[in-house]
Design a protein around this ligand. Sequence first.
Ligand code: FES
Ligand SMILES: [Fe+2]
Length: 373
Amino acid sequence: MLSPVELASITAPLPEAKTLPPRAYTSAEAFNRELEVIFYKEWVCVAREDQIPNPGDYRSVEIVQQPLIVVRKKDHSVHAMSSICPHRSMQVVADHGNTTNFSCPYHLWKFGLDGALISAPHMDNVENFPPPNCGLKSVKVEIWEGFIFVNLDPDAKPLQERLGKLSEIVSGYRMADLVVAASTEFDCPWNWKILVENFMEAYHHLGPHRESIQPTHHAKDSYVSGSVLDGWSVLHMPEVADKKDDKSGSLPMIEGITEQQQSEILASLIMPTFAWLNSPSVAFWYELKPLAFNEMKLVIHTLLPAAMAQSADGGDIGALVQSTIEQIHLEDIAVNEGPWKGLNAPLTEQGPLSQLEEAIWQMNQWWVKRVHG
Ligand code: FES
Ligand SMILES: [Fe+2]
């Protein structure tokens, strides 16, 4: 898909490296390749544990054309499975709720919380029915920091064995103790990588965020840690020194965070699409849902400590914090739409990357390795 010259330019050390070529974003062919080697092979975050707290709680989610159910079983463990009926491929559920079993709306086959077939009307003349494994197909699940990840590849390596260093960096934020306090969905008619790239660099604080974030978190102070091999990056955005004492009107800090964490914001990515922000008092989960090469949905969730979210004014706090992050995203929309148009223009070529865009370089190395083997 990439020429040897393009490959060399992407994999060169950062000072000489170039961005991915436009067609990596604008072609259906590239997206189909991503489906095969990325979205149907890698760990994707689809829900929070706190979204299904009780036995029988379930959510319908989707990884690019694969509808799934994540459900809390009676033993409190989380189970994930295909939502497609093994009879004639109807989607069994598409909503969220609480149930003791799932019933397919087409011919009323019934499945347990673990996906096992419970009953199927008028199938008594069928030889050897039900055959083995005639339930909703299970997929791999892992929980990390309260986030539920699934993987469609039955042979996938465990996620957490490569997250050791990342867990150390973010453990102080105690994300497993946070809950979703507010969520907003945005239609994003552009390629998913544009949003990831925008999310993972603070260089653009100079442009769209010059009045909102740049005064307190200078673009030039940002730096990146991470591991291409392990598939994650962390962008550190330290607070400007003379702003550190002005904490009036801000929310209480998460208990036990380190001194460094008290004065920085982190934007992190577990490749390909699990993106989130940590601030001293709240976290934001950017739930990216790629749909096609030219289309995705983004759901931004505000995550608050459970005690705060459930307090009397928890709803107001959630709404207030959510409106702040929405404002920031509104500033980002123009710099997602712009490059999307630009990447579709016939004269557009690969561009260079600043040292402040190291996380994009990291993501590109990871991407090239998967797409090109
Ligand atoms: S398609 Fe589900 S019961 Fe027939
Ligand atoms: Fe931004």
